[in-house]
Each structure stands twice: as structure tokens, then as C-alpha cells.
Design a protein around this ligand. Structure first.
Ligand code: FMN
Length: 403
């Protein structure tokens, strides 16, 4: 059983760490808990002692004098992974700068185990340059940072800073404990973001895609050992680690970029929201408001169709469909019409999911199967999509060998 050392810091989300302990245990982990002094203002050590059946470490000095072990060193060595959730701005700053003035920060410096950090804090604390620089430094040190999510925060503000889903944190911990690497040897070409079709030099036809689903897929595929080429239309997201990012604006540019790199890909995942139409005649100068304006639109390139036409037989093609409702029959009809191997069907009528949301729900539709991907974080959905893609790829390679 893997040993998980969980650090709990002094934030409102500390109560969620109790659920995290349970989920880690459900996944077969031995869990021990360190609490900062501030954490104990929010939740009692007794909660964690009861859940883990083990003493909770709260003080660097307590018991050192009477024991022949140096407790923070012993726990640092015991850990197969150190997880800090919630990680406060204060503790992140201490870790980034190597301070070691309490049990948690001293154990952090003393451990050789991989580290997973799940920050949670007020939106302004999260976006402060100091916090961002500390998180970047910790990430560059090789630690996994499970990004906080957007939403309503306990401080009454809405924005980035909410602790990631427990399931997302657990998955990150399991990834560090057992790096899967099941996508080693695969080159995955992923498209993401929303294309922009110019109307004039300052205006464009766009859509509400944030790029989060495609970026989550790229990050997850990279973590699982794939080489990732990410063709990205408009998004505000930072580039995922170790992925090659090709930035494009229009559907035509995305079409060209994808076809240029297609021969390298073993799997293509088309998660971008690509315009179906573009303006036939783009104005060379800014249009002025001189009465009514009509725009002539023409269809854009069908990128999935082109990919299917130009791929090698062994290249798997997974398309996305954003539809009003989850109509499997319609999705399968589109799958056959386009010649793709699978379609990830999203229901865009759910205002709380999909476009520009941290969460999603979908169905992975192939010619024979329709596997529901129940509502969860986009990281979790990305992991499930890759699981399905790999199952399909194994099946497909076996079928090609039989021919
Ligand atoms: C009610 C309340 C809620 C707080 N919530 C957070 C939080 O969510 N995230 C955070 O970084 N700091 C939060 N703080 C501030 C931390 O508790 C404070 O910076 C403390 O020194 C953190 O100590 P630690 O990092 O050792 O746990 C909160 C403080 C109070 C009083």
C-alpha cells in the first residue's frame, strides 16, 4: 500500500481534506496527516486522527525530546508522496523559498518523495504576482500543481482560487505514485480553443470555447508519456508543460497546421470549436456604422473530413460534437458521415457545463458503443477520454494486424 503524507494548511477548504483522506484510502493508500497551526483553527486534528487511525503531526517540537526519532524526518522518509491540500499562499511561499519553521515545511524539505500541491485561496491572493511566481517556481521544481478552479469562493468573491475537485487531486496523487506512461510512443495531435474568422481588421466571428478541454487533454496525454502537438486557436490559457504548441486564428489556419503535422500523429483529437462559416469578403478597412450591414458567409474547411481522408490507416481520429442534447443516434450518424473512429458528444444546453466551464459531461460514442463520461472536472473527463482512446487504439491495432 502506498504511503501518502497529507499536509493540511489554514484555509477554509481544510474541511475538504477529510474527504480527501477517505478517497485516498478508498484508492488503497495509507494516509498520515500533518496540520499547520493555522489549519487547526479550521478543523480539529481529532477528525484526521479518527479517519487515519494515526497520530496527527501538528508541532515540530512536541515529542522530539522524548522520542529517539526525529519525527519530521521519519515522516518525510515514510512518505511515497507528499500531498498538500489545501496549500495556502503562505505555505506555498515558504516552500518556494525553502523556509522550514514548522512540521510541514521541514518535512517538505526533508522528503525525497514526489510532491503534489493543491492551492486554494481568495481570488486576489491567487492572482497576486507573488503567489503566481511561487507556484511557477514549485512547478518548475518538478512538483505537480493541481490548479485551483473558478467558482464561488468562501470569501464571497467569484473567480479562481477554489480547491480542485477531490477526484482530480486523487488522480494527480495516483499519477505521481504510479506514473502510467501508457501513452509512451504515441504522438497525439490535439486541437483546442475557438477559431476567429475576421470580418474586418478589428472584428471577428468567434465562439465561446475557452480551450480548457483541449488543454486538459494535452496536459493529461503528456503526463501519460505521449508526445503532444497542440494546435491552439484563441484561448487565454498558458501552454501546457512539454507540449509543442502551434497557435492559429482561423479555421483555414487550423486546417493547414493540422494537415502539415498529421503524418506524425498516431491519434488525432479534435477538441477545438471550429467556425463552420467565414465571411466571404473580409473588409480591408474597419467597417463603419452606415446603416444595416449584411455579411455573406461561406463554409469553412471540414477539418475532420480532411484528416480522415489524409491519415494513415492506423491513425485514430476522435472528433468532438457540441449538440443540443445527448442524441447518440445523431452523433453516430455524424461519426459515419465524417469517417472518424469516435465522437465525444457534449450537450451544450447545460449552462453549468462545457463552454468556459471547469466541468464537463459527455458520451464517448463509437460505431458500437456509447460510454457515458459523467459530470466531473475537465481533467477527469480528459483522463477518461484518453482511457477510451487507448482501448480503441489497442483494438484497432489488433484488427490491422489480423488483416
Ligand atoms: C477565515 C480565514 C480564511 C482563510 N482562508 C485562506 C485560504 O483559503 N487560503 C489561504 O492561502 N489563506 C487563507 N487564510 C490565511 C491563512 O490562514 C494565513 O495566511 C495563515 O498564516 C496560513 O498558515 P499556514 O500556511 O501555515 O497554514 C485565511 C485566514 C482566515 C482568517
Amino acid at each position: 500500500m502506498p504511503n501518502v503524507l497529507l499536509g493540511v494548511c489554514g484555509g477554509i477548504a481544510a474541511y475538504k481534506s477529510a474527504e480527501l483522506v477517505r478517497e485516498l484510502q478508498r484508492n488503497g493508500a495509507n494516509v498520515r496527516v500533518i496540520m499547520t497551526r493555522a489549519a487547526q483553527e479550521f478543523i480539529q486534528p481529532l477528525t484526521f486522527a479518527s479517519l487515519t487511525g494515526h497520530k496527527v503531526f501538528t508541532d515540530l517540537w512536541e515529542s522530539q525530546a522524548v522520542s529517539d526519532t526525529i519525527e519530521h524526518i521519519a515522516q518525510a522518509q515514510w512518505a511515497d508522496v507528499l500531498v498538500i491540500a489545501p496549500a495556502t499562499a503562505n505555505t506555498l511561499a515558504k516552500l518556494a523559498h525553502g523556509l522550514a519553521d514548522d512540521f510541514l515545511s521541514a518535512a517538505y524539505l526533508a522528503t525525497e518523495a514526489p510532491v503534489v500541491l493543491a492551492p486554494a485561496m481568495n481570488v486576489n491572493m491567487a492572482s497576486h504576482p507573488a503567489t503566481r511566481a511561487n507556484l511557477l517556481a514549485l512547478e518548475q521544481r518538478g512538483h505537480t500543481v493541481v490548479a485551483s478552479e473558478s467558482g464561488y469562493l468562501a470569501c464571497g468573491m467569484t473567480g479562481d482560487g477554489r480547491l480542485a475537485d477531490i477526484e482530480t487531486i486523487v488522480r494527480a496523487v495516483l499519477d505521481r505514485l504510479h506514473p502510467i506512461g501508457d501513452l509512451g510512443g504515441e504522438t497525439i495531435l490535439i486541437t483546442a480553443g475557438g477559431t476567429r474568422e475576421p470580418i474586418d481588421p478589428v472584428r471577428f466571428l468567434g465562439n465561446r470555447s475557452s480551450g480548457k478541454m483541449g488543454y486538459a487533454l494535452a496536459a493529461a496525454a503528456e503526463r501519460r508519456g505521449a508526445r503532444v502537438i497542440l494546435v491552439s486557436a484563441a484561448t487565454t490559457l498558458g501552454p501546457p508543460r512539454n507540449c509543442e504548441v502551434i497557435s492559429v486564428n482561423t479555421a483555414a489556419e487550423m486546417h493547414t497546421a493540422v494537415l502539415e503535422r498529421l503524418s506524425e500523429a498516431t491519434i488525432v483529437i479534435k477538441a477545438a470549436a471550429v467556425a463552420d462559416f467565414r465571411v466571404s469578403q473580409v473588409a480591408l478597412t474597419k467597417l463603419h456604422r452606415d446603416g444595416a450591414l449584411s455579411l455573406d458567409l461561406e463554409p469553412t474547411e471540414d477539418i475532420v473530413r480532411s484528416v480522415v481522408d489524409h491519415r494513415r490507416p492506423s491513425t485514430l481520429v476522435i472528433a468532438f460534437a457540441a449538440e443540443m442534447g445527448l442524441d447518440i443516434v445523431r452523433a453516430r450518424e455524424k461519426l459515419h458521415r465524417k469517417g472518424a473512429d469516435a465522437i465525444v458528444l457534449n450537450d451544450i444546453t447545460r449552462p453549468d457545463l462545457g463552454f468556459d466551464s471547469e466541468r464537463n459531461a459527455a458520451v464517448f460514442v463509437t460505431g458500437e458503443t456509447a460510454v457515458p463520461l459523467p459530470e466531473s472536472s475537465k481533467d477527469e473527463i480528459a483522463a477518461r477520454i484518453l482511457d477510451q482512446a487507448m482501448a480503441l487504439r489497442t483494438h484497432q491495432l489488433a484488427a490491422l494486424q489480423l488483416r
